[in-house]
Ligand binder design. Structure first.
Ligand SMILES: NC(=O)c1ccc[n+]([C@@H]2O[C@H](COP(=O)([O-])OP(=O)(O)OC[C@H]3O[C@@H](n4cnc5c(N)ncnc54)[C@H](OP(=O)(O)O)[C@@H]3O)[C@@H](O)[C@H]2O)c1
Length: 292
């Protein structure tokens, strides 16, 4: 695989680790792959990342910016979104923060309009925003069930539907959904979460079929546990918490939790032309968990 440096010089991606120069910007040090120069697989593209102010979405936003995209980060909290945009600007990248609750149709439609107006067009939608719920079908309240479904399934549906006209105006587009390995295999105490992420996998496949003829692709990334705010609450700061954490790590063949960059690098690939013949897939990024 090759990428292009800003000056057009070819960069062998396999040789990333061998590059000795220090990071040129604040963005590149986030890369687990130790990229030492910006590359341009998304040059000229405009990307929307929901939940771009924290965790996996934040890593995806920075990775898209590193690859040359203009990036709109969406969420409900101004402070986290603004911090991402400020850091992008310090690295010479173009970003914008858009307040949007993805469960609300009016917010969603306005957000897409705002991004298209600000950047001229939209090419990439990353439906990353999501919530976790630890519950069984018997113990979950109806309100909590609705909250999980609204955020993890209806939100991506609203965003994906709303972005289609902008994609058509741009001559095509790419949807990258952040599902979960729990949309492929089940786990105890995750009934609503599994149902929502399983629904997202099949929404991805259905939209991939419906819109392939318009040069619109849709794929779903299915991570196992990734160390972000979303999972911090799962393990208490105690001996028992540490034991539970170690037991969970032991279920992963590769012996560690995921990092946001593990997901972000696949999101860039799926958003780029390198994956132009890939649509309708659900790809585990799970340390080998689903190989059992
Ligand atoms: N971490 C894991 O182990 C893991 C594993 C598999 C899949 N995932 C998936 O990866 C995605 C990101 O998770 P994460 O771990 O990075 O979690 P996180 O740090 O808690 O981030 C979740 C993001 O979603 C946004 N969000 C939540 N509800 C929203 C709404 N109604 N409207 C707009 N934005 C909303 C939040 O921003 P605001 O609060 O500002 O709205 C936040 O930035 C989720 O879809 C999650 O299910 C995570």
């Amino acid at each position: 695989m090759t990428g292009l440096l800003a000056g057009g010089q070819a960069l062998m991606l396999e040789s990333r680790e061998a590059l000795a120069e220090p990071p040129a910007s604040g963005m590149v040090h986030r890369l687990d792959a130790k990229v030492m120069a910006n590359v341009t697989r998304l040059k000229g593209k405009v990307a929307i990342v929901t939940g771009g102010g924290s965790g996996i979405g934040r890593a995806i936003a920075f990775a898209c910016a590193r690859e040359g995209a203009k990036v709109a980060v969406l969420g409900r909290r101004t402070d986290t979104l603004d911090a991402v945009v400020t850091e992008m600007a310090q690295s010479g990248a173009d970003g914008t923060a858009v307040i949007c609750d993805i469960t609300r149709t009016n917010d969603v439609n306005k957000a897409i309009e705002d991004v298209e107006r600000a950047f001229g067009y939209v090419n990439i939608l990353v439906n990353n925003a999501g919530v976790l719920s630890v519950s069984t079908a018997e113990t979950i309240s109806e309100e909590e069930w609705d909250r999980v479904m609204a955020t993890n399934l209806k939100g991506p549906f609203l965003m994906s539907r709303a972005v289609l006209p902008a994609f058509r105006r741009a001559g095509g587009g790419v949807i990258v959904n952040i599902g979960s390995v729990l949309g492929l295999i089940a786990m105890k105490d995750r009934a609503a979460y599994c149902a929502s992420k399983g629904g997202l996998v099949l929404l991805t496949k259905a939209m991939a079929l419906d819109h392939a003829h318009e040069k619109i692709r849709a794929n779903c990334i299915c991570p196992a546990i990734v160390e972000t705010d979303l999972v911090k609450s799962l393990f208490a700061q105690s001996v028992e918490g540490q034991n539970a954490r170690n037991a969970r790590i032991a279920t992963l063949p590769l012996g560690r939790f995921g990092k946001p960059t593990d997901v972000a690098e696949l999101a860039v690939f799926l958003a780029s032309e390198e994956s132009s013949w890939i649509t309708g897939t659900a790809i585990p990024v799970d340390g080998g968990l689903s190989a059992y």
